[in-house]
Design a protein around this ligand. Sequence first.
Ligand SMILES: C[C@@](CO)(OP(=O)(O)O)[C@H](O)COP(=O)(O)OP(=O)(O)OC[C@H]1O[C@@H](n2ccc(N)nc2=O)[C@H](O)[C@@H]1O
Ligand SMILES: Nc1ncnc2c1ncn2[C@@H]1O[C@H](COP(=O)(O)OP(=O)(O)O)[C@@H](O)[C@H]1O
Length: 293
Amino acid sequence: MRAPAKINLTLHITGKRDDGYHLLDSLVVFADVGDRLEYTVGGPLSLSITGPEAGGLEAGPSNLVLRAASLAEADGGRFKLEKNLPVSSGIGGGSADAAAAVRVLLAMGASGGAQAAAVDPAARFLPLGADVPVCLDCRPVRMQGIGEILTPMPDLPGLHAVLINPRVALATPVVFRELQRAENAPMPATLPDFEGRRHLVSWLRDQRNDLQEAALSLVPAIGDVLAALEGAQGCLLARMSGSGATCFGLFDHAASAKTAAARISDRHPHWWVTPTQLGDMQALSQPRISRSG
Ligand SMILES: C[C@@](CO)(OP(=O)(O)O)[C@H](O)COP(=O)(O)OP(=O)(O)OC[C@H]1O[C@@H](n2ccc(N)nc2=O)[C@H](O)[C@@H]1O
Ligand SMILES: Nc1ncnc2c1ncn2[C@@H]1O[C@H](COP(=O)(O)OP(=O)(O)O)[C@@H](O)[C@H]1O
């Protein structure tokens, strides 16, 4: 099963709750790049991790895959995680993995009993992380509250993009702590009916990521990433996703995104650079179940 990266096209921080969590207003889409998770029924609950971004990631009970399995009351089984997304990078890799584990366990019939099964999955799995509800469906949404209020945006045009991480991990709480002002304007109450990609991009230019300035002050390399994207031929808009440090550049065509990614990668071989499509990845994220033996 695939665990697509989450991208915040906008991230307006509109307030702060008494428990310290911030209120968000964010337009979220998914990428066709992500982690992969395999689950085999049988045996005690376990997790192994491979892949280019596996380094330093704990496979113990603190891993979000195993935390999700516990919350779903899985009674065992082996998870294998192929970690392709940089950890702590603003594209929700951990939340995507947790949501993928939930999807497969629910598809296999794990429910935690009738009472738990009756609870809306978004509310039930929110304690794993504010980004987990949005990652359950992998569809374009407007995300509000602390991440639990989701309004589908089924007609949002798909986008061509390049994702870049300067290979600096940035912990979400640290960026929120650095935020100078928690009360900022939300997006308009009603979002436009976008007529196409260009319309969406020109509207996005007037929106913001309110965490970008705070993240930039912590990791100046984010400025280099944004400059590289903005300088690339065909780049329509460059912005940071989530709490960073990953940034996205939007392009008119898949070919120009690919060319830009190759050129930037040549100049910055240590950066994580990926051309991708952004939009609705629900179909791609569905579990594919095979039975053997
Ligand atoms: C900022 C966002 C935007 O999509 O993305 P990332 O940068 O993590 O990808 C998310 O809201 C992050 O979601 P997630 O990473 O699941 O957050 P959690 O584990 O629940 O929270 C980590 C910490 O971030 C802060 N936090 C998170 C979400 C929120 N709405 N308000 C907050 O203040 C809190 O300090 C919290 O203790
Ligand atoms: N499967 C996982 N993948 C990534 N991070 C995980 C996972 N399980 C637990 N974590 C922890 O979650 C935190 C942030 O995860 P991540 O989702 O990658 O951040 P972000 O949402 O900023 O991209 C890190 O402290 C990491 O150690």
